[in-house]
Every structure is written in structure tokens, then in C-alpha cells.
Design a binder for this molecule. Structure first.
Ligand code: NAD
Length: 362
């Protein structure tokens, strides 16, 4: 079977990472027909937008995309392509498996946590009122009238909507993921003791959804307590489901637990499309230098293979990457004991080493 997949190389170090990832995915023996699509600042002149409609069309048609990072220029009014993709394709789950591989230098071992972060709601909904603006003053008056509570005049306000619908689908996704991949427990994360009508609704809805999954353990944690426990006993956690803001912060915390950005894969998933990409950005200062670590994007490729139900190929690619990490020879500078280690190899040499492992195992 051949899969038609949209490949967005991205910019900065994106194209070299995408090339390395394409090569290892093809070396698994799974057939791919790549629909290469450009997005980002470089296509602005040609199409008047960093995310042309034909790129979205391609992902909608294929249902699956893998992308390199895309730079969001600061102070240009340029809308983030990454955020726009999530909105336009309704990719409501940001999936971040955080797994430690032997050989990765980290303070922690035996970490294997999967994060399901809600992608659209919460304080990230973008409903904001600037300090001193007439609408903000109106809102302050309205809130005072409705609730009898006073907000200082010199306040800026960000709104935090959390819905039953948004919560149901992210929690269901977490349980379905747990079931599919033989996970034992789902933990819902919140601050329901303080925010009773937003996080409280998230928790109540999560509990209701959990009733439909009696085969999987369910528990909840207050986000501050969870943060401390993740640092002390990360091995106790399995699948975490979180509203947007806590999900953002806890994802990075967990990436730190497993050795950092070079090995942190990710995906943004909806009901009809999924986009696989590393957690890190476009690291522009390393552009074209064949220097940065392709493993986070390659591991995102492993997630893509699993999403396509190519479990055997996913296992083989993951094992090949793990073997290269464990040997510690053909790895980039960030995985060596010191950053100026002369034995560090480049991006494409990591791909060569992974391909060699795949071929030896075949
Ligand atoms: P970044 O992740 O690009 O880089 C931060 C630092 O992390 C780099 O200087 C480098 O030292 C290190 N690093 C990152 N990836 C690495 C890799 N694969 N191997 C080795 N080292 C690596 O973060 P930033 O500098 O904040 O962002 C740069 C640009 O990327 C910004 O425009 C940002 O908006 C964008 N960005 C895009 C995405 C995405 O496309 N999904 C995600 C995050 C940031």
C-alpha cells in the first residue's frame, strides 16, 4: 500500500530535517507518495499568505501531513502558520509523547508520558481586551453589573472559555489513545479548586467521559501538584489530558525530563486530518549547516506510521533510532557530552546511521 502524504519542508533548518526524515521513512519499506507543499514567509510574495489554500486542500485531501518547523517573524503582523493550520483543519489535540531513550543525557530515566493537550480553547482562544480601550472599560462595567465584582480600571483582560464539547473530544481522544496503545491510566489535569466554572467543567466532563472507559484507570491532579510530582516521580504518570495553557507548560516540562528539544516529537490531530511535527522551532541560526538533530522529526515520523496503522514499520524505525542513540556515535552535537565534541555528526549522517540500522535489522 502506498500512502499519499503532504510534506511541508518548512524553513530555517526545516528542509534538511524533512529530507533526513523522508529518507528514513522510505527506508522502512512503507510506500509513500509525497505531495510537497511550501508554506511560510518565503511564499508570502507569491500567494499573499504564508498558508495558501492549496496547502490546506492538500492536507484535507490526504488526511495526513508531516512538516518541518516554520518561522513566525516577529512584529510583521504575520500570522503563525502553525497556529493557523491547527485552526483551519480543526486539529484539536496536540499530542506529545515524552519518552526517555537509553543513551540520552537527562537527569531522569524511565519517563514515558503521553500528553494530550487541548488545542483551541482556554486562555489561548485569543479573546483579549487591551488596557485602557473603550471595549475593555465596557466589559469591566458589564462584569461589575453582572457579578458585583470590581476589576481595576487599569487592567487588561484575557478570556478563558472551556466547553463541554471541547473537553469531551480531547478526553475521549486520550482514552482512545490509551486503549489503542495499551496504556493503563489517564490523568486529567486542572485547577478546578480555583476556577470552578472553566477547569471545574473540564474536570466534571472528564469524569463523565471516563465512565465509558472502565478498562482504563482514571484519576485527576491539580496542575501545581502534578508539576511537583512529575519532577519527583515521573514514572507514576502515563497519559495526561490537559486544557490548553497547562498542556503547553507541562509539555515543555516533560520534554525537559526526557532530554530536551532534539528528541521531543509531536502531532496535531483532528477527526479528519493529522499533522506530524517536532516540538522545536526552525533554529534559523543553524539553517543550511547540516548540524541540528533530526531525531525529534524522525520520531514524529514514527507517530505518523502508528497513525497510519503501520505498527511494525513504526516499531522498526523507533528501534533503529533508539539503537543509534544508545551507541552514541552517529549523533549530533546536542547529544554529545559537550557541545563542541569533534565526533558529533551532521543531520544527514544521523539519517544514514538510522537507515543502516534499519537495513541490518531487516
Ligand atoms: P527553536 O526551537 O527553533 O530553537 C531554540 C534553540 O534550540 C536553537 O537555537 C537550538 O540551539 C536548539 N534546537 C532547536 N531544535 C534543535 C534540533 N533539532 N537540534 C539541535 N538543537 C536544536 O526555538 P526559537 O528560536 O524560539 O524559534 C525559532 C523560530 O521557530 C520562531 O520563529 C518560532 O516562531 C518558530 N517555531 C516554530 C514551530 C513550529 O513550526 N511548529 C515551533 C516552535 C517555534
Amino acid at each position: 500500500m502506498t500512502y499519499r502524504v503532504t510534506l511541508i519542508p518548512g524553513d530555517g533548518v526545516g528542509p534538511e530535517l524533512s529530507e533526513a526524515t523522508r529518507r528514513v521513512l522510505e527506508a522502512t519499506g512503507v510506500g509513500f507518495e509525497w505531495e510537497v507543499q511550501e508554506a511560510g514567509a518565503d511564499v508570502m510574495d507569491r500567494y499573499g499568505t504564508p498558508l495558501p489554500e492549496h496547502v490546506l486542500e492538500s492536507i484535507r485531501r490526504n488526511g495526513v501531513a508531516i512538516k518541518g518547523p516554520i518561522t513566525t517573524p516577529v512584529g510583521t503582523g504575520f500570522r503563525s502558520v502553525n497556529v493557523a493550520l491547527r485552526k483551519e483543519l480543526d486539529l484539536y489535540c496536540c499530542l506529545r509523547p515524552c519518552k526517555w531513550y537509553p543513551g540520552v543525557r537527562s537527569r531522569y530515566q524511565d519517563v514515558d508520558v503521553v500528553i494530550c493537550r487541548e488545542n483551541h480553547e482556554d486562555l489561548y482562544a485569543g479573546i483579549e481586551f487591551e488596557v485602557g480601550q473603550p471595549e475593555t472599560r465596557k466589559l469591566i462595567d458589564f462584569i461589575s453589573e453582572l457579578s458585583g465584582r470590581t476589576i481595576r480600571e487599569d487592567s487588561g483582560i484575557s478570556i478563558k472559555p472551556i466547553s463541554v464539547h471541547g473537553t469531551q473530544r480531547i478526553v475521549r481522544y486520550a482514552f482512545e489513545y490509551a486503549r489503542k496503545y495499551g496504556r493503563r491510566k489517564v490523568t486529567a489535569v486542572h485547577k478546578a479548586n480555583i476556577m470552578k466554572f472553566s477547569d471545574g467543567l473540564f474536570l466534571a466532563t472528564a469524569r463523565e467521559v471516563a465512565e465509558g472507559y472502565a478498562d482504563i484507570e482514571f484519576e485527576d491532579r491539580i496542575v501545581d501538584n502534578l508539576s511537583m510530582q512529575l519532577v519527583q516521580r515521573p514514572e507514576e504518570y502515563d497519559v495526561l489530558v490537559l486544557p490548553n495553557l497547562y498542556g503547553d507548560i507541562v509539555s515543555d516540562l516533560c520534554a525537559g525530563l526526557i532530554g530536551g528539544l532534539g528528541v521531543a516529537p509531536g502531532a496535531n490531530i483532528g477527526d479528519t486530518a493529522a499533522v506530524f511535527e517536532a516540538t522545536h522551532g526552525s533554529a534559523p541560526k543553524y539553517k543550511g549547516m547540516n548540524r541540528v538533530n533530526p531525531m525529534a522529526m524522525m520520531l514524529s515520523g514514527v507517530l505518523m506510521l502508528r497513525h497510519l496503522d503501520e505498527q511494525a514499520a513504526a516499531d522498526r524505525l523507533e528501534a533503529a533510532i533508539a539503537a543509534v542513540i544508545a551507541e552514541g556515535a552517529s549523533v549530533t552535537y546536542d547529544m554529545k557530552p559537550t557541545r563542541d565534541d569533534p565526533t558529533a555528526v551532521g543531520t544527514s549522517q544521523v539519517a544514514d546511521a538510522v537507515i543502516e540500522k534499519l537495513q541490518t535489522a531487516a
